[in-house]
Ligand binder design. Structure first.
Ligand code: SF4
Length: 353
């Protein structure tokens, strides 16, 4: 096992001390002073924020979190929410399986656990949408259990503290073992957030601010001059490009034809425009016969595993037209914000024409 210049207990104490003075104020967080006064975080807030923060930045999550908690202030309210309302509020945040699992999880917590989240990692990981990382984070932050929480920030800090040169993702296991060595028995929730804050504000990816870092005396990468190169990452495979066509049908009274996508799969359960499958080559299969016009320009969007290029076709139909699938949404009831980002880009292109 690698050696640090300082005892690992001392590193945790130093980070907690730094966190007491520098913790970021986040709407879902119960800060260190409130915790010291005996206030506990609301597990509903911790859970909701952790689900929203999966693959998403703090800046993007903040407004969504505030809107969700204003609309549904506790898990009972969320469990009773209308599915379409929740999917609409989630629109734009991406990774829509999270929203479907959010509702499933809220309903199980309400129906099976009497509206209280389980307070252990094992109890939490049994719920929909909660993987090992999120279970550890909720268990540590909401219930102060000494769980080791390893997200991207923590991986970076630990790789640097221990000067680990093995590339991610294969180094994950080693980094988790090392992170576990640092986790204290007391104040595990504050400690988890302290490391996340250090990674987000000082030990940042490109240019770590080692000059103001509280754990610099113990940091092996700083001593070796390798901090900015860590963590190493295995080269990624280039993403393939997929193609498709979407069809914007517009009634003369201003209503727009939309359809709810199937519950499973990419953008599952979200509103979208009728369109072709997304494949290796452009395809053109309108949802019904009409005088379709292809718009100039295209919509480009990147998902986790592929780039997408969409052609957009448009037609206008009479007010009494009955579509074979989907539903016309009246102009007054249509909110572009209910659409996932890629579908909103289609709307923007169409509107600009
Ligand atoms: S000294 Fe530099 S590299 Fe080491 S933990 Fe601090 S900011 Fe990160």
């Amino acid at each position: 096992m690698r050696d640090l210049g300082k005892g690992t207990g001392e590193i945790a104490a130093t980070l907690l001390n730094w966190y007491d003075r520098n913790a970021r104020e986040l709407p879902w967080r119960t800060g260190p002073h409130a915790r010291a006064r005996g206030e506990w975080p609301d597990p509903y807030h911790v859970w909701l924020s952790e689900i929203m923060l999966q693959q998403t930045t703090v800046a993007a999550v903040r407004d969504y979190f505030l809107r969700f908690t204003a609309l549904w202030p506790d898990v009972t309210a969320l469990a009773g929410a209308n599915d379409d309302d929740v999917m609409g509020e989630w629109a734009g945040l991406g990774y829509y399986a999270r929203a479907r699992n959010l509702l499933k999880c809220a309903r199980i917590v309400q129906q099976t656990h009497g509206g209280s989240f389980p307070d252990t990692r094992d109890g939490l990981v049994a719920l929909p949408g909660i993987g090992p990382y999120t279970a550890a984070a909720i268990s540590a932050i909401a219930f102060d259990r000494p769980e080791t929480v390893v997200d991207g920030n923590v991986e970076r800090v630990v790789a640097r503290l221990f000067d680990v040169h093995a590339p991610l993702p294969s180094a994950k296991r080693e980094l988790t073992v090392l992170a576990d060595r640092l986790t204290p028995e007391q104040r595990a929730g504050d400690y988890a957030q302290a490391v996340m804050d250090l990674g987000a504000t000082i030990c940042t990816p490109k240019s770590p601010a080692c000059g103001i870092c509280p754990v610099r005396p113990a940091c092996l990468a700083h001593a070796a001059g390798t901090a900015a190169d860590l963590p190493r990452k295995s080269p990624r495979k280039p993403k393939p490009t997929r193609y498709g066509t979407v069809y914007v049908a517009h009634r003369t009274d201003g209503a727009l034809l939309l359809e709810r996508r199937p519950g499973k799969g990419l953008l599952g359960g979200m509103l979208g425009w009728p369109g072709t499958e997304w494949g290796d080559a452009p395809d053109d299969r309108p949802p019904f016969d009409a005088n379709w016009t292809r718009l100039t320009g295209e919509v480009r969007h990147t998902f986790t595993h592929f780039h997408l290029i969409l052609d957009v076709c448009h037609t206008t139909v009479a007010n009494d037209f009955a579509p074979p699938a989907g539903q016309f949404i009246e102009h007054a009831n249509f909110r572009p914000s209910d659409l996932p980002t890629v579908m909103r880009k289609v709307f923007d292109l169409w509107r600009d024409h």
